[in-house]
Design a binder for this molecule. Structure first.
Ligand code: ADP
Length: 397
């Protein structure tokens, strides 16, 4: 079976895609369709063999988005129906209690992914539509769902249980599930490979810092805690989400600030986090504001770092000892100041960042702790597409 895999990440109004070889990781083509279902601003950017095509115009729905993207493949000489795609791998956000392994999509699987929309109303419906449309457009090619929650399936009860009425929690699937699992697993495995150490012998703390952000504690290759919860709202401060929040704030917003449920959801998903505090959600823009001495941006940065350090402390204690700390995703891979500030003043715990190494950019995995430091601090570029492609390929080859 060909190792060529089409990987799709269908969001509520976007589709990210990549056609790649699962064995070598070589990317044949990639693209992003945005503003799906919106009257204005629909746009697909498609890159293939050094060529970049841009189509602008309305994209009615996910099926239309995929159809247009497939046409752009044709324009760059690739017919997806005949080029030998061995599998399509889909990122699916929530697997609930049902899915924790990459799973070949059948009608029943698709129905269950839809049913799990109760737990992930912003994500699973789009994932399901993406899968359904691809099944129609590429009949006969196996579709594989890879779940963002999977790596955290085995969280210990004490870590995954919320201290609310146990019957209510059980009736409504309320527990910590965790997200970004594909990335946490990929970079922690890469870290072990880079160090030439056995994955199952390392205790690791991973910080995945992108627009969404999460941390995890991994003991011997098994995730024992993570910051995101039943939904991706919990934990670290993110671009537009607050992370941890006193739950009493929600009824207060309804009762005193007179917000309805939709407004509260908008506030917590889109208008909080760095954006809520500083007006910008992009970390580079935040950095520019901080440089200019903008007080709101400085506070946003300080809150962001404070939260990172709080979880670092928690996970150090949970693990008892840590061998590796990993930074990944847009902010984690690029923002040297975040890495330095998150780990500042911890040499007594064996945690240090070498300033020269931290500032030096090289592609691939790199060590930013000093030579012979007891705790290895690494920057590991994440590659969720490759992890999904490999999972899909190994299931269908
Ligand atoms: P997503 O969660 O959408 O996959 P990414 O992992 O691409 O997000 O991360 C996006 C974030 O990374 C943005 O806040 C962006 O500003 C930040 N980022 C990207 N490059 C840099 C950089 N050179 N310095 C600081 N932040 C960066």
């Amino acid at each position: 079976m060909s190792d060529l895999v089409l990987v799709l990440n269908s969001g509520s109004s976007s589709i990210k895609y990549q056609l790649l070889h699962a064995d070598s990781g070589e990317v044949v083509a990639s693209g992003l369709a945005e503003k799906i279902g919106e009257a204005h601003g629909g746009r697909i950017v498609h890159e293939c063999g050094g060529r970049k095509l841009v189509h602008e115009g309305p994209i009615a729905d996910h099926r239309d988005g995929l159809r247009q993207a497939f046409e752009m493949f044709q324009e760059t000489g690739i017919d997806l129906t005949t080029v030998g795609v061995g599998a399509v791998g889909h990122r699916v956000v929530h697997g609930g209690e049902v899915f924790w392994e990459p799973t070949i999509v059948t009608d029943d699987v698709l129905t269950t992914i839809r049913d799990l929309s109760e737990l992930a109303p912003l994500h699973n419906p789009a994932n399901a539509v993406g899968i359904e449309s691809t099944r129609e457009l590429l009949p006969g090619i196996p579709q594989v769902a890879v779940f963002d929650t999977a790596f955290f399936h085995g969280l210990p009860d004490a870590a995954k249980t919320y201290a609310i009425d146990a019957k209510v929690a059980a009736a409504h699937g309320i527990r910590k599930y965790g997200f970004h699992g594909t990335s946490h697993q990929y970079v922690s495995e890469k870290a072990a490979e880079f160090l030439g150490r056995d994955y199952t012998e390392l205790n690791q703390i991973v910080f995945h810092l992108g627009n969404g952000a999460s941390a995890s504690a991994i003991r011997g290759g098994v995730a024992v805690d993570t910051t995101m919860g039943m939904t991706p709202l919990e934990g670290l401060v993110m671009g537009t989400r607050p992370g941890d929040l006193d739950p009493g704030i929600v009824p207060h917003l309804v009762r005193v600030a007179d917000l309805d449920l939709a407004q509260v959801e908008q506030l917590l998903n889109r208008d909080s986090g760095l954006k809520g505090l500083s007006g910008v959600n992009d970390f580079r823009e935040l950095g520019e504001l901080v440089e200019k001495g903008d007080a709101a941006a400085e506070l946003a940065y300080d809150v962001y770092i404070h939260r990172l350090r709080r979880y670092l402390g928690a996970y150090l204690v949970e693990l008892g000892s840590v061998d590796v700390i990993v930074f990944t995703a847009g902010v984690g891979e690029n923002a040297a100041n975040v890495r330095a500030d998150a780990l500042a003043g911890l040499s007594g715990l064996g945690i240090e960042v070498d300033p020269g190494r931290n500032e030096t950019r090289t592609p691939g995995v790199r060590r930013i702790s000093p030579e012979f430091s007891p705790v290895e601090v690494l920057v590991v570029p994440t590659n969720e597409e490759l992890a999904i492609a490999r999972a899909a390929h190994s299931l269908t080859a």
